[in-house]
Design a protein around this ligand. Structure first.
Ligand SMILES: [Zn+2]
Length: 303
């Protein structure tokens, strides 16, 4: 009985010291760490004096209640072990679904710049929402271009697309209203990642959408800027998405924009060539490049 008392004192001391010194470990690996630590401290406060009294008692004067104390302590120790096991964080976390908000100035911008990435995100189970800021009336027939934007998004399997009515080529004059529209989308959709035009883009609408997104997404953790055909030579990607398996989907989505067919940057050869070039920069087969405005690791995850 003496030795049993010593064993229990030692076990609870180990738990107590462990709870105090391994506080960080407990915080990281156990859900509700405070509950577990409080349980250990409480159990120790009761069990250590009880065990000591058994350990220090003369064997001849050993009393029957010690059996119950030892029994209760055994249950305590097993109970704490079970609780710790039940509340542990699983080692492999299930993949987190991320919400990706992609914003483009004109109906074909998203397909051209980041169509492969959007198809990839959709296939990986992430939720993708697209906003097209205009019907593109200046560069084509606006009555068909809105529908083509929807067809393109469907091809990429983007979950939802919203086509707005800002004035093609004059978006910079509608900055306040654009910021409000994007702000509302950010508020409702709560994106983990926002994709938008780059500041290194010579199209005035692209530039305006970039600025509007940065203002509307001022509280968002992760903003990446994609590469449009009108990007300038200053566009310098530092984040890449491997799109090799998604280039067929990208080419098909771009082809849905029949109204724009014939423009030099719409061809499959150009799209694939650009992907190979960005891929070589990322040491992979084919990629789309992005400029990081800022990126939070938990927002990006394995995107
Ligand atoms: Zn555009």
């Amino acid at each position: 009985m003496f030795w049993l008392g010593i064993v229990f004192v030692s076990a609870f001391l180990v738990l107590l010291v462990g709870a105090i010194t391994q506080a960080v470990w407990i915080q990281r690996h156990i859900r509700h760490p405070r509950t577990v630590m409080a349980l250990i401290v409480l159990a120790s406060l009761v069990a250590i004096p009880a065990s000591l009294s058994i350990a220090l008692a003369e064997p001849d004067h050993f009393v029957g209640w010690a059996q119950y104390v030892i029994g209760a302590q055994t249950i305590f120790l097993v109970g704490i072990t079970v609780v710790v096991f039940a509340l542990r964080h699983p080692t492999i976390q299930p993949p987190k679904v991320r919400r990706v908000l992609a914003i483009g100035a004109h109906p074909d911008d998203l397909e051209l710049a980041c169509g492969g990435s959007l198809a990839r995100f959709a296939d990986e189970g992430h939720e993708v929402m697209a906003i097209v800021m205009s019907h593109g009336a200046n560069g084509g027939r606006d009555e068909v271009r809105e529908n083509e934007a929807r067809l393109g998004a469907d091809t990429l399997e983007v979950a939802s697309v919203s086509v707005q009515d800002f004035t093609d080529t004059k978006m910079a004059t509608e900055m306040e209203r654009m910021v409000k529209v994007i702000e509302l989308a950010v508020e409702l959709f709560k994106p983990d990642v926002i994709l938008t035009h780059s500041e290194h883009d010579q199209h005035q609408d692209h530039h305006a959408v970039h600025l509007a997104t940065l203002r509307a997404g001022r509280r968002s953790s992760t903003i990446l800027c994609y590469e449009s055909p009108s990007a300038t030579r200053d566009f310098a990607p530092n984040y890449f998405v491997d799109v090799a398996p998604y280039m067929d989907a990208k080419v098909a989505a771009v082809k849905r924009h029949k109204d724009q067919a014939g423009k030099p940057y719409m061809g499959a050869k150009v799209l694939r060539g650009a992907a190979v070039f960005r891929g070589s920069q990322a040491r992979t087969e084919q990629a789309e490049g992005f400029e990081v405005v800022r990126a939070l690791s938990s927002g990006l995850g394995d995107l």
